[in-house]
Each structure stands twice: as structure tokens, then as C-alpha cells.
Design a protein around this ligand. Sequence first.
Ligand SMILES: NC(=O)c1ccc[n+]([C@@H]2O[C@H](COP(=O)([O-])OP(=O)(O)OC[C@H]3O[C@@H](n4cnc5c(N)ncnc54)[C@H](OP(=O)(O)O)[C@@H]3O)[C@@H](O)[C@H]2O)c1
Length: 278
Amino acid sequence: MTSAILLTGGTGTLGRLVAPRLLASGAALRILSRQPQPAGAAAGGVAGEGVEYVTGDLTTGEGAAAAVAGADVIVHCAGTSKGDDVKTRHLVDAAAAAGKAHFVYISVVGADRTPVVSGLDRAMFGYVAAKRASEEIVAGSGLPWTTLRATQFHELTLTTARAMARMPVLPAPSGFRIQPIAAVEVADRLAELALAEPAGLVAEMGGPRTYDMKDLLRGYLKATGRRRPVMPMRLPGKAAAAFRAGANLTPDHAVGQQTWEEFLAAGRRPPGAPQTRP
Ligand SMILES: NC(=O)c1ccc[n+]([C@@H]2O[C@H](COP(=O)([O-])OP(=O)(O)OC[C@H]3O[C@@H](n4cnc5c(N)ncnc54)[C@H](OP(=O)(O)O)[C@@H]3O)[C@@H](O)[C@H]2O)c1
């Protein structure tokens, strides 16, 4: 049976990769964005045939009801550093009012293991708390659901490293490690889950290797020919302590194939190949 799928965040890093995978299944795809998209706009590099764009804002809930109408599956990839719980609440409420769509959610490894209790924790780790709250909203929605937790994408790691490399001194949270994964591998799995039966909380996904933050930053500086000091900085609070203990890592699910080094090297390939310049 051909599905009607709503994809939120279809213009973002992950969603752009999920979109063509859903389209390849023959699904009719609707993409929600805050920005009006031109008719026939490409979805993740795939020509826009079979794609309908709708405009809405999940922070206010505007457009959510129209977006979910008629969808059999909702893949929720919209997210920002703040307020993901509010966005998820608006989408889930609209979906529950409309029917029984399979709700597929992308969360983050460590959402369940990072205590965000104080104001300080919230200031630094509010993102993780909002992902956990979103997971609970989805699980308690009454809708059939699937949630996948992934570690940080290489793309975000690169964005962060680039931004930090502009500073005269790079602060590195001491004791923090990350296990970055290629967003495309998460997209493969998320699309597979969206096209299958609801599965609840599925096995999490992490990248193939774990890196100490300061080593990763030093490696990035070296790879880009820059010389800057990296200064370890101990972050206070319970959430930071949980990260130092590895709450954001999933060594038993290091299923990602592409390493951070391979991801960076892919950016130096000749024109025509996918570019991820360091
Ligand atoms: N990046 C990571 O390392 C990582 C790791 C694990 C899980 N995740 C999760 O994966 C999801 C996607 O992450 P990403 O890195 O692909 O994000 P991204 O590149 O920053 O893209 C964010 C997307 O969210 C949409 N969006 C933001 N605010 C919205 C709003 N108020 N209403 C509707 N749409 C909104 C944006 O669409 P428009 O701008 O077109 O409106 C955009 O398509 C997020 O839920 C994130 O928490 C990310």
C-alpha cells in the first residue's frame, strides 16, 4: 500500500537525507517547513515530483493540523537547540486529533541518562531535557510510535569545530567524549523504521569511534592547518557529570560505519563527489 507520509524537518541536515529515501518507497511525501518552498522544489536533491510542501511552525502549532491531515506516517525530524518539547507537543496533539498515524521520532543518545535538574543544568543541557520530554510525549500519545536515539552527527560536529576554531582559544569541556555518526546512516535507519510497523523504542545508533573532545578539536585544527590552544574546562552540574561518565555514548551500539576522519576526507574529494570541507 502506498503511504502518505508527513516529514517535519525535511529541509534540515537529517530530513534532507530522509526525504529521498521515503520517496523511493513510492510514498506520497508532504514536507513541513516554516518557509514557503517553491512548487516542485527538490527534496533532498531529488526532483520535487511526489512532494508537497506545507508551511507551518511547530513552536506555535500554526499549520500543524493541515500538515498531519491524511498522513499514515509522521516522521518528526524538526528540531532546534531549544523548545523541542513544545514542537513535539503541538505535532502530537494535531496527529492524535486527526487519527492514528505511525509517529516516528528522532531523539538523542543520553536523553534518558542525563539528569537536567538545576537551572545550571538546564542552561547547558536544556536540549537534552527537551528531547527526553519529547520522547515521553510521543510514548504517551496513544499513537503507534517508533523512537530512535542517535549520537551527534558528523555534520554538527563539523559545524561546532568550525565555530570553535574561529576563537583564539578553544574551550573543551574536560572529560567529554563524543561518538559522532554520519547523518546519512541515521537517515537510512529512520526511513527503514518509518516504512515498517511501529516498534516503540528501538536500539540506539552510535558512530564507530569515540573521541575525547579536546583530541577531536586538536585533530581538526591540525587538519585545517591552524594553531590555537585548546583549553580543557570543567563544567559544573549533574548533567555535565553524566556526560563525563559517558551518558551521551553508546559503545554497545557503535553501528555507524563512516568515521569522523573519513567524513572529513570525503570533503576533500574532487568536484562531483559529496563535499564536506573541513
Ligand atoms: N544534529 C545532531 O547531531 C543530532 C543528533 C541526534 C538527534 N538529532 C535530532 O535530529 C533532528 C534533526 O536534526 P538536524 O541536525 O537535521 O537539524 P537541522 O539541520 O538544524 O534542521 C532543523 C529542521 O527543523 C525545522 N524546524 C526548526 N524549527 C521548526 C519549527 N518551529 N517548526 C517547524 N519546523 C522547524 C527546520 O525547518 P525550516 O527551517 O525549513 O522551518 C529544519 O528542517 C532533531 O530533532 C535533532 O534533535 C540531531
